[in-house]
Design a protein around this ligand. Structure first.
Ligand SMILES: NC(=O)c1ccc[n+]([C@@H]2O[C@H](COP(=O)([O-])OP(=O)(O)OC[C@H]3O[C@@H](n4cnc5c(N)ncnc54)[C@H](O)[C@@H]3O)[C@@H](O)[C@H]2O)c1
Length: 447
């Protein structure tokens, strides 16, 4: 008889994944610190739509030297160097010509950090060589596309003791950072469920990508191909690999309609078996009995949406379509003079939300919020991300995000595809820390 109350784990239906044994003599890189680098010398690889903005943002950060610019296309390196000149910054050495020119850049002796903003297929290859060449690496998202790449990045980071981080800017948006601070101060109670998404029609961009890499990837792969914007901030709030861990996922997708129609209308191309469904949902179960829902849709006529919802035992946070908090009144008793009659059945008023956002502003943005909003990059969050990357390197502090975050957030790409190819069967999510997921007691951003 089926015991509907059964809570015991039955893992017999979960598709196992392989966790390679940690090579002898190697240890984890949790809270990795490296010697401080007062002036961080940066080389950028990949200067298409995303990369140039990163170079420009870096010109607003003290103690950064832009040493090299690399792209397949000469016009891209030239354009960015012209921007540097306009900004009154020394021009950088240019590397261009083909898809292996980056090897000269990772080998440069006078570089501390390689910042990678190429198409997805080159991310891991470049990052691996960069670490072997003694450089820290920051990689655009998703930072790795399959399990081999992910494990190679982990092993290489552990072996070389270099930072290898995902450039997950959405962890630095102001609502997410404030909410993280509220979570860490117990205002929402325990977060038992999180939701995140990337819902963004890419029609204006499809024809702009170098070599059509993004549409090609969507054409060839089912699954959530862009999970990190949704997953990153949720995992941070739920202390993934800092007290909890993701155990398995299950994905369901729709048929593919929008992208094949785009290809037909815009390029006269008929694709019979377009792999990526218009909408993909992935549910994740965690070790501590909590859940996460992540969605992906880059084609339907919908407003931009990253969802970002946290359900706590004492309150609720929601970013899209309008930011809001709902809280049990007991959570803010000490503030009862300031915050009216709270009741978790409805959102707090705009006034209370603004007061909460001010009160719980994350300490890491207090000094730089104004500058971040001026410099910009998705409203300022991109600047906060770059600033934090440089700040931690300059001070020799642990990074806000580590190679295990990179692994956890990127692994949805290959693992959701395995689930979909197996009729939505559950797929095991490895413990990328190989036994250390409970070693840290929550996420702490270094100050
Ligand atoms: N975090 C965000 O908000 C955000 C936003 C946009 C894009 N992205 C990510 O940024 C990355 C780049 O996206 P994009 O929109 O700029 O794409 P893009 O096609 O406009 O640019 C990619 C660039 O990389 C260059 N390139 C490709 N292979 C290379 C190689 N081997 N060596 C040197 N240069 C190479 C291409 O010439 C091109 O200029 C992707 O990973 C994407 O997912 C992130």
């Amino acid at each position: 008889m089926l015991n509907i109350n059964a809570k015991e784990k039955d893992e017999s239906h979960v598709i196992p994944t392989v966790t390679p044994k940690r090579p002898a003599g190697q240890t984890d890189v949790l809270q990795l610190t490296c010697p401080p680098i007062p002036t961080v010398r940066v080389a950028f690889i990949g200067l298409g739509m995303r990369g140039p903005g990163a170079v420009e943002r870096m010109t607003y950060i003290d103690g950064v030297k832009i040493v090299a610019l690399c792209d397949v296309e000469q016009k891209n390196t030239e354009k960015v160097n012209a921007m540097l000149e306009k900004r009154g910054v020394s021009k950088a050495q240019e590397f261009y010509g083909d898809t292996s020119v980056w090897r000269k850049v990772t080998a440069l002796p006078d570089v501390d950090l390689i910042y990678i903003a190429t198409d997805w297929k080159h991310h891991a290859k470049i990052a691996l060589q960069a670490m072997r060449d003694g450089k820290h690496v920051a990689i655009e998202v998703p930072s790795a596309m399959n399990m081999d790449e992910i494990w190679n990045l982990i092993n290489t980071a552990e072996k070389t003791r270099k930072h290898c981080i995902p450039l997950e800017n959405c962890c630095y948006d102001f609502f997410e950072l404030t909410t993280l601070n509220m979570v860490q101060q117990g205002v929402l109670g325990e977060v038992i469920h999180g939701e995140g998404a990337y819902i963004h029609g890419l029609q204006p961009y499809w024809n702009q990508y170098w070599d059509d890499w993004r549409m090609k990837y969507n054409e060839e792969h089912r699954g959530d191909l862009y999970p990190t914007h949704g997953l990153g901030p949720v995992c941070q709030a739920m202390n993934i690999h800092r007290g909890d861990k993701m155990n398995y996922l299950v994905s369901v997708d729709t048929k593919a309609v929008g992208n094949p129609a785009f290809l037909k209308e815009n390029r006269g191309k008929e694709v019979k078996n377009f792999r990526n469904g218009d909408h993909t949902c992935t549910l994740i179960g965690t070790e501590k009995g909590n859940s996460i829902l992540i969605e992906h849709n880059v084609t339907s006529p919908r407003p931009y949406d990253r969802m970002y919802q946290l359900t706590g035992t004492k309150g609720f946070a929601n970013k899209y379509p309008t930011p809001g908090y709902a809280l049990e009144s007991s959570m803010l008793q000490s503030d009862s003079k300031d915050f009216e009659n709270l009741n978790a059945h409805s959102f707090v008023t705009d006034e209370v939300r603004k007061a909460l956002m001010e009160k719980y502003k994350h300490p890491i943005v207090k000094d730089i919020e104004e500058k971040a909003k001026q410099v910009g990059g998705h409203g300022g969050m991109d600047f906060v991300m770059d600033y934090r990357l440089i700040y931690c390197l300059q001070k020799g502090l642990p990074m806000d995000m580590d190679v295990y975050d990179l692994a956890e957030w990127s692994c949805l790409v290959p693992l959701s595809e395995i689930s979909l190819n197996n009729n939505s069967a559950p797929v095991e999510i490895p413990d990328f820390t190989r036994g250390a997921w409970n070693k840290l007691n929550g996420l702490k951003l270094a100050e």
